[in-house]
Design a binder for this molecule. Sequence first.
Ligand code: NAX
Length: 328
Amino acid sequence: MKAPIRVAVTGAAGQIGYSLLFRIASGHMFGPDQPVILQLIEIPVEKAMKALEGVAMELDDCAFPLLKDMVLTDNGETGFKDANWSLLVGARPRGPGMERADLLKGNGVIFTAQGEIIDRVAAEDARVAVVGNPANTNVMIAASKAKRLTADRFTAMVRLDQNRAQAQLAKKAGVDLTAVKDIFIYGNHSPSMYPAFAHATIDGKPAAEVINDQAYLEGDFCSTVGKRGAAIIAARGLSSAASAANALVDHVHDLMTPGAIHSVAVKSEGRYGFDPDVWAGMPVRTTTPGAYEVITDYDLSDAFSQQKLAATNQELVDERAMVADMLG
Ligand code: NAX
């Protein structure tokens, strides 16, 4: 039997955690023959730790053959110790009347600490996936604290947006979901993101040709995908959780699957015209488990794509400026 993978999860007693942990323990993230050890991290507040105990009891009660052990902790040093993957889901939510700069800085404190600890105590092959918002800036802060781990080990999730975009295109075209290919998310995980229909295909033909409604693609399609999170809050009274957990399963699963092509927020290094130092969504191809190369040959030279890329880049640059004193 393979050696277990150690998976640290922050915010483990939260909404997303409740949908996520059972999928990891049942083998959906790392495969049906890969044992796992869950290292569950919450805040040092009695209510949160008590809730975490309840989740762990339920995990026990599932009798998952792949789940070899669990660690429950409010201490990062313990929680990230020897972790192969650190899934940073917990974050500070936006409070009433809170300015965006305060939200960015409040989270900056959390991701500064977690970046430092992971760099110090996580496994040699440590990899990090950030979900907690503002995800792109949080991952940038965490990565800036790392001295041992290189920037490519730090990714943020835009996969939920990719899945949303794929589903919307399939519905609009009246085709099976699997007919929609090459739809990727560029930029920030925020309404400014660009779900790039420009190079998407449906049944092997350009999506724009099949849908034949440029106004829809540039208008409703982009805004539906960009504002889907808000629409779910309006309908459900709670933010997306099961679909976010599912997207994180996809994010990590595909990063562990050589040949997979998928959207990930990575350090831009200037690709697709993004500022070199921001983390932006873009298509990557997994090379070896955990490693990837950015695909740079998709054509986004049309005026609409250029305008969308510039806008989401500007938002990332502005976010970076707001936390400039916390970087490095
Ligand atoms: P919940 O509020 O249900 O759960 C968050 C949990 O994190 C809580 O139990 C809290 O105690 C814990 N937590 C907070 N700070 C922590 C810290 N420093 N260390 C460890 N645990 C900590 O939120 P949930 O619905 O689970 O969402 C979690 C995060 O995901 C939010 O920031 C949310 O905005 C973000 N999302 C990101 C998405 C993406 O696509 N990137 C989509 C879904 C989601 O909105």
